[in-house]
Structure formats: C-alpha cells, structure tokens
Design a protein around this ligand. Structure first.
Ligand code: SF4
Length: 326
C-alpha cells in the first residue's frame, strides 16, 4: 500500500446496494473463540456495567438498573442507523461496503460534533440483543466486508451480548471498532481477539483543549495509552489480495482550525511510538456544527494553508501509508 496523493471523498449518504448474497472473503480472528469464551467476556462487561467503568469516565452508575452516567445510556443500546457504508477508508468500505452500526450517545461531548443529534441528543431507537444480532447477520448476507461499530465505547456490553448471539448464528466477518480513542484499557482487553480492526480518531494533543472542547481533561494520556493497546492487539494494517482490511490499526486525525487538534504532536507521537508503518487517515472534513458557531476559530472551515501544513507534517514524519481525505 502506498500513500495516496489522490484524495478520498467521504460519503455522508451511504448508498444501499443489492445484496450480492455470497460468502465473505475475509473472516475474523474471533472464529477461534469458543462460545464459552465469548460469554465469559460478556459476563465481565455486564458486571462492570453495574458500577459502570466501561469507559475512562468511571461514572459508577448501575447501567443494568437503567441508571445513566455521562454518556446518557442506560440498560440498552440506542441505534441511530445501520447501513452498508461506502465512504470509509478503501480497505474498510471495499466494493461492497462496510456494515456500519451507528450507536447513539457518546462518552465525549465535542462542541463541534457533526453528529451531535445522535451523539448528544441521543436520537435513535432501542434494540434488543437478538434484534441487533439479526441486523449484523443481515449486513453479512448483504455483502458487508465487516461490522463497523461507530462510537461503541459506552455500549461494549450490549454489543458483546448481540455479538455472542450473532456468532452462534454464523457471523464471521471482522469487527471494526470505530472510536474517539477515549477508551478504557480494561474494556479494550475484553475486546482482544474479538475486534480485528481498530479505527481510532486521535483528536487532541492538548488536554486543555480536550477539556474545553470535549469535556475530557485526561484525553491525551488516556487516548494514547488506548492506541498503544489497540496496536499491541492487532498490529499494523494487513489487507487481503483484494485490498480489504483483515486486521490492524488505522489511525484517523481530523485537522481543526487554528491548530486546536495539535496535529504536529499527534503525528510526532505516532512516528515515535508506532513508527513509519502506521496507517494514517488525515481528514479535513471539518465544518462548524453544534456549538462551534460561537467559538472562533471553530466557527469557520479549515483554511487550505492549514491543511497543507498538516500534509507537509505527514511527509516530514515519513508517515506515508494511508490516505488524505479532503
Ligand atoms: S460508559 Fe457511560 S456511564 Fe459508563 S463510565 Fe462511560 S460515560 Fe459513564
């Protein structure tokens, strides 16, 4: 794989495709697990949800009793949408699409969140584990290359409950964990061998900005530790003969106006700690949303010059595997 000078256009309106009705080309590492091993992971996650510490906020509320913490979710997952998505990075979307499940709620509260009706207003509908398992299997039948969990950090236990059922019924495509990187090491340990592809967005290098913009004053240490753990589990990105992701880490970074994301420090961290083999997806899709209109410089799109500086940094740090999304 080489660095693409051609930009990847993200597609915010996923197309529905006719089901190709064929066996998946890429199967998942979790197929080596016994059902009992998956159930054990689920049981630990369920227990931890009774004094919830599924994510670094450690709210200690009893989620099983429908108490709600920072993420606003109680005893079930809320689903915003489930689709075949064609706008993710090429090895994730492939030709047939990525089977995306958009979970409502979030353990961050970004002032500029472009999905804030889903993440902060929690628009969505509850789904039982068996309903969610059936949806996963349906995505597989429709040809999805993977099951792509979008914003899953606060719903790991409902996901595992549905996943255990889906595997029993024949799920065999890889799981993608698509996250803000504000993840607990202990929760990631429960996903070791279950998640094949980690897709974290390293959002800030500066905790003061993370606190002001996302209410996460320990973001940098938490997110960087989480990314190192993700990399320990799955390593660098590997693709099959068709270029479809089989396993590994793809690191996203959204460049913010005014240098608020700390792009230089983010890329320096990746180069120093993971090395030049790291697959990076550099994104410039920022536009003002949610409360950003009142918070300059977040009230404007990114300048061309700001993104050029970010692209030059990729070159300077020799991070030449991945994509630029403009
Ligand atoms: S998952 Fe939700 S309730 Fe649990 S610790 Fe995180 S924010 Fe709090």
């Amino acid at each position: 794989m080489r660095f693409l000078t051609k930009s990847v256009k993200r597609n915010n309106h996923p197309k529905q495709e006719k089901p190709p009705n064929r066996k998946p080309a890429v199967t998942a590492a979790y197929l080596s697990f016994t059902q009992e091993q998956i159930e054990q992971r689920l049981e630990v996650a369920r227990q931890r949800s009774t004094a919830c510490d599924l994510c670094p906020r450690k709210c200690q509320v009893d989620r099983l009793a429908d108490q709600k913490g920072f993420c606003g979710l109680g005893n079930s997952a809320l689903i915003s949408s489930i689709n075949l998505h064609h706008g993710e990075e090429p090895p994730i979307s492939g030709k047939s699409g990525s089977g995306t499940i958009f979970f409502s709620g979030c353990n961050l509260a970004c002032v500029f969140c472009q999905n804030y009706p889903i993440s902060q207003l929690r628009h969505g509908h509850p789904m039982t584990s068996s309903e969610l398992a059936a949806k996963m299997l349906n995505l597989q039948i429709r040809g999805a290359h993977n099951i792509n969990l979008v914003t899953p950090s606060h719903v790991v236990w409902p996901f595992l409950e549905a996943f255990a059922l889906a595997v029993e019924l024949g799920l065999e495509i890889p799981i993608v964990y698509n996250t803000s990187a504000y993840d607990s090491i202990e929760t990631l340990a429960l996903l070791d061998g279950i998640v094949d592809i980690y897709l974290p967005d390293l959002k800030y290098a500066d905790d003061a900005q993370a606190k002001r913009l996302s209410q996460a004053d320990d973001y940098w240490e938490t997110a960087t530790r989480a990314i190192l753990e993700m990399h320990r589990q799955v390593g660098f990105l590997k693709t099959d003969q068709n270029g479809i992701a089989v396993r590994g880490l793809i690191l996203r970074h959204l460049v913010l106006p005014g240098g608020l994301a700390g792009t230089r420090q983010v890329l320096d961290f990746l180069r120093q700690n993971l090395g030049a083999q790291t697959t990076v997806s550099l994104m410039r899709q920022y536009f003002p949303a949610n409360r950003a209109h009142d918070l300059p410089p977040l009230n404007r799109p990114l300048y061309d010059e700001e993104f050029k500086v970010a692209k030059d940094l990729l070159e300077r740090f020799e991070l030449d595997k991945g994509w630029i999304q403009e």
